[in-house]
Design a protein around this ligand. Sequence first.
Ligand code: MN
Length: 460
Amino acid sequence: MQPVTTLRGWLDHLAQHDRLAIIRREVALRHELAAISKRLDGRYATFFPRPGGHPMPVVSGLLGDRRWIADAMGVAGDAVLRHFSAAAANPLPWREVASGPAQDVVHEHVDLAQQLPIPTHNELDSGPYVSAGLMISRNPRNGRQNVSIHRCQVSGPDEFGVLLLPRHTNAYFEMAERDNAPLPVAIVIGMDPLTMLASQAIVPLDHDELEIAGALHGTPLEVVKCGTSEVRVPAQAEIVLEGRVLPGRRAPEGPFGEFPQYYGERADRHIVKIDRITHRRDAIFHTIVGGANEHLLLGAIPREATIRGLLQRSFPCVQDVHLSMGGVGRYVLYVRLRHQQPGEARNVIFGAFAAHYDVKHVIVVDDDVDIHDPREVEWAVTTRAQADRDLIVASHTQGSKLDPSADHGIGAKMGIDATVPHDAPPGKFTRIRVPGEEAVDPAQVIDAAAAGDWRRAQSA
Ligand code: MN
């Protein structure tokens, strides 16, 4: 298939492949919507036609499985990381157009709770959140744009409390705040999954993630100018919230259920004032349930692509990497090696520690291990590693602030070399194998007519 370029196109694709569940009855925005979406996560994306009686539908679970991402890109399953890296390295500048469906309906007076069906997901969340909004901001000095996702707590009729980690949006905001000026932003809801993925690319400051989205689409992304600022937003977006991050002001935000399956704490955070809302006719609202597969995969795929590229630059033996789902798509890295030099597996572990601060546990395995199957990786650790010989621990390193076992993000990193020792005698690590097992076709060998009637099969 061609790369998907709109949310609507993606919903059509999901429906054609029996991956979209239309939810029948009216559901409550508080907890019930998330409960249904999470229950069906991985199997079905969910479409709620009238959530909480609101006329605007909500969708969730758009990326239930990494195979869905390959479909969205229009590539084979094993080409996803290569394809993403190529797009990040060869961005395609966007193309400005005079108008687009994202601005078909305009609300000059903003009332978030009334105009949008914003759900509350987890038990202890402080309230409703916009969780799938792409925040687009502009460098106040040079006009370059940045795209990232921030959790947005509804704090008032036209106000969000947002978590800005010390990354690119925050860098632009600090430039504005030094002049006591607000930072104009747009929060864009309802994009195709490739633009969502592009927003998570690990690229330097002033690299516009919308250009990576264009490269993934294979065609420049069309953008329109906001009505209240210079910010350019995707013309095909479902919903655009135009606003400003306010200088010199902070207010409590949180707790909120995050990707590690724990709550991000309540603290004083930035405030975004919304000045204007535009949306498509019959707009669709997208929400990401914290900790669901799309939350994990949106972080994992761009990180895997970056880490793989970094490691392969230094270590030609690195074949592939995987951030496991049990490792919340961020913290646990599996690395597959081939023809490594003696000692090189341990060097790869140190390289992986340094590749991204979120990486916490690294397991390196040989080429015969399927790193997308946690059972295979566990088998390699079980049969090829000895703790006193193959374990590496690095103390007091930077990790994720959302890891509750770390001390404000400071903690230990652990590496396990689960490759076959170089001095192993021949045959000691030969994997057992039944000849012909892979070639067996169940449909060819099972006598369906016998229907499990073993007594008749015995007497016949
Ligand atoms: Mn950025």
